[in-house]
Design a protein around this ligand. Structure first.
Ligand code: MN
Length: 228
C-alpha cells in the first residue's frame, strides 16, 4: 500500500445531471480562438490552426445554483469567455475525427475566466499563459449533462447584470467538437475525466466585483455567479 507523505487532495469533481455520480476531473484543456469573430477581435487570422492551453483540474468552480466566484489577485482586467465544455469518458492518442464522439460523456457550460492584462503582457514577451488562464477558480462550470440528454446546436451567450455581452451559435465554431478532440489527441493522450473548453464567441469584456454573470449554452446548461 502506498504511504503518502501527506494526505493527497481529493480529485476535483463536477456533478452529473440526473445522477448521484460525479465526474472526476483529470485535466482541463482549452481551445484558443475557435469562433471567427472572436479570433478577429483578439487580432488573429481565420486561417490560423487551433491551439490549446490548459488550466489545472482544481480550477473548476461548480455552479449548480447561483453562486460566487472570487475576483483573482494580480489583475485589473478580468474577462469572461462563455464556452461549451466537452467531458470525456475515454480517450487515446491520435483519435480519428470519425471516432471522436465515441469518447464524449457529456457537455457543460463553462466560463474561461482570463486575466487579460497578464495575457497581453505574456503575449508581448513571448511568455506562457499559465498565470493569465490557469489561476485559482478560473473555470466556473455547470453540472455535466450526459450526451444523450444534451443538444449542442443552439446559441451560446453571456450577460453581465442582465446586459448581453456575448451571443453566438455553437454552429459557428471553426473547429467542430470531433475535430477539437482529434486535434487535442495529436498533442496529448486524452483520458476519461478530461474536460475541453472549446472556445468563445466575440464580445469578451471586463467584469468586476459585484457583477453578476449569467452564461448559457442552449441545450446544455446555464450558470449564474457573482464576482466577489
Ligand atoms: Mn477561452
Amino acid at each position: 500500500m502506498t504511504h503518502f507523505a501527506f494526505p493527497p487532495p481529493a480529485p476535483p469533481t463536477v456533478p452529473v445531471e440526473g445522477s448521484d455520480a460525479v465526474f472526476p476531473v483529470r485535466r482541463i484543456l482549452c481551445v484558443g480562438r475557435n469562433y471567427a469573430a472572436h479570433r478577429r477581435e483578439m487580432g488573429g487570422d481565420d486561417r490560423d490552426p487551433p491551439f490549446f492551453f490548459a488550466k489545472p483540474a482544481d480550477a473548476v468552480v461548480v455552479l449548480t445554483a447561483p453562486g460566487k466566484v472570487p475576483y483573482p489577485p494580480a489583475t485589473h482586467d478580468l474577462h469572461h469567455e462563455i464556452e461549451l465544455v466537452v467531458a470525456l469518458k475515454s480517450g487515446g492518442a491520435n483519435i480519428a475525427v470519425e471516432a471522436a464522439m465515441d469518447h464524449v460523456f457529456g457537455y457543460a457550460a463553462g466560463v474561461d475566466l482570463t486575466r487579460r492584462d497578464l495575457q497581453a503582457a505574456a503575449k508581448a514577451k513571448g511568455q506562457p499563459w499559465d498565470a493569465a488562464k490557469g489561476f485559482d477558480a478560473s473555470a466556473p462550470i455547470t453540472a455535466i449533462r450526459p450526451i444523450d440528454q444534451a443538444s449542442v446546436d443552439g446559441a451560446i451567450r453571456l450577460s453581465v447584470n442582465g446586459q448581453e455581452r456575448q451571443l453566438g451559435q455553437i454552429a459557428d465554431m471553426i473547429w467542430t467538437i470531433p475535430e477539437v478532440i482529434a486535434e487535442a489527441s495529436k498533442l496529448w493522450t486524452l483520458m476519461a475525466g478530461d474536460l475541453i473548453f472549446t472556445g468563445t464567441p466575440e464580445g469578451v469584456a471586463a467584469i468586476g466585483r459585484g457583477d453578476t454573470v449569467t452564461g448559457e449554452v442552449e441545450g446544455v446548461g446555464q450558470l449564474i455567479f457573482t464576482v466577489v
